[in-house]
Design a protein around this ligand. Structure first.
Ligand code: 5GP
Ligand code: ZN
Length: 116
C-alpha cells in the first residue's frame, strides 16, 4: 500500500474534510487554506504530477477541471475562482500526488504571480 499522503486520504486512512467524491476523484478542504475557499482536487489513483501523467490520464485530468466550477459554487466562491497545479521542484510542488488547488472566496484572489 502506498504511503503517499494523498493516497492515504483517498483510502480514508487519514481524515479530510471532503466536499466531493466519485469513482475517480476526491475533493477536500486544504488543511492550511490560503484563501477563504481552498479545495484540493485529486485523482484517486496515484499520479505524481503533470510531469508523469500520460494520455491515459487525460479523462481524469479533464474531470478534475470539469468539477471545479461546481465545487466553487457550492463552497462560497460563486463568482469565479482560480485553479493552480504546482508541478515538481520548479513548480513548488510539496505533495507528490497530483492535485489541483481550487481557490477563491467572496473577494478576488489577487494577482496571479508576483513578478520577479
Ligand atoms: P503543493 O505545494 O504540493 O501544491 O500543495 C500541497 C497542499 O497540501 C498545501 O496547500 C497543504 O496545505 C496541503 N496539505 C498538506 N498536507 C495536508 C493534509 O494532511 N490534509 C489536507 N487537507 N491538506 C494538506
Ligand atoms: Zn498518491
Amino acid at each position: 500500500m502506498s504511503e503517499c499522503l494523498f493516497c492515504r486520504i483517498a483510502r480514508g486512512e487519514i481524515p479530510a474534510r471532503k466536499v466531493f467524491e466519485d469513482e475517480t476523484v476526491l475533493a477536500f478542504h486544504d488543511i492550511n487554506p490560503a484563501r477563504p475557499m481552498h479545495i484540493l482536487v485529486i485523482p484517486k489513483r496515484h499520479i505524481e504530477s503533470l510531469q508523469t501523467a500520460t494520455e491515459a490520464d487525460e479523462p481524469v485530468l479533464g474531470h478534475m477541471l470539469g468539477i471545479a466550477n461546481r465545487l466553487a459554487e457550492e463552497n462560497g466562491s460563486p463568482d469565479g475562482f482560480r485553479v493552480i497545479i504546482n508541478n515538481g521542484r520548479v513548480g513548488g510542488q510539496e505533495v507528490s500526488h497530483l492535485h489541483a488547488h481550487v481557490v477563491g472566496g467572496p473577494e478576488p484572489v489577487g494577482p496571479m504571480l508576483k513578478r520577479n
